[in-house]
Write a protein that binds this ligand. Structure first.
Ligand SMILES: CC(C)(COP(=O)(O)OP(=O)(O)OC[C@H]1O[C@@H](n2cnc3c(N)ncnc32)[C@H](O)[C@@H]1OP(=O)(O)O)[C@@H](O)C(=O)NCCC(=O)NCCS
Length: 151
């Protein structure tokens, strides 16, 4: 499994992986990803096996804070550590850029993603009721990162 930094030209790839990972109707589409990867501070990583992309994480940094915007692994590659590796690589890159706090939002009923984030050290920071539709709350999570070693 190779993990590489995201490039601006990756937006069609991110759209395809996102569409494969999320239910129909929840996919963000290529235009959305083109806008997201062009935002100032956009960073991310892609995981590939034998040259075939299987997942990605996209984040946005602003000063010493960042937000994970999307994390997706294609269904046939799940529960093999790809999500954990993507998140770890992303957090390491953000820490190296001086980020001290990373936020993300996850649907309260997304038990798999919540377990992954909990294991990665994210803790609850807020609740957004009905954020994903009536009766489907959003949870705001945060993880503090150690500053990079001086010297
Ligand atoms: C959430 C997602 C990214 C996880 O990717 P993954 O590659 O399967 O995750 P990993 O294999 O690295 O899992 C790491 C740990 O997270 C937890 N975890 C991951 N998926 C889980 C699930 N479905 N149920 C329970 N725990 C889960 C486990 O603790 C797992 O460790 P283990 O396999 O040793 O028990 C993937 O399921 C996905 O793309 N889902 C659809 C998109 C999505 O929900 N994205 C997040 C939106 S905020």
């Amino acid at each position: 499994m190779l993990i590489r930094a995201l490039a601006p030209s990756d937006s069609p790839l991110l759209a395809a992986l996102h569409a494969a990972a999320f239910p129909p109707g929840e996919a963000w589409g290529q235009d959305a990803f083109a806008r997201l990867v062009a935002l100032p501070g956009a960073v991310g990583v892609v995981a590939a096996d034998g040259g075939v992309p299987v997942g990605f994480v996209l984040a946005r940094r602003a000063a010493d804070e960042a937000e994970i915007l999307a994390l997706a692994v294609v269904p046939e590659w799940r529960r093999r550590g790809v999500g954990r590796a993507l998140l770890a690589a992303c957090l390491e890159g953000l820490a190296g850029q001086g980020v001290g706090r990373v936020f993300l939002e996850v649907a309260a009923d997304n038990t798999g993603a919540r377990a992954l984030y909990r294991a990665a050290g994210f803790v609850p920071a807020g609740l957004r009721r009905d954020y994903y539709g009536v009766g489907r709350d959003g949870l705001l999570l945060v993880r503090l990162l150690s500053p990079p070693c001086a010297g």
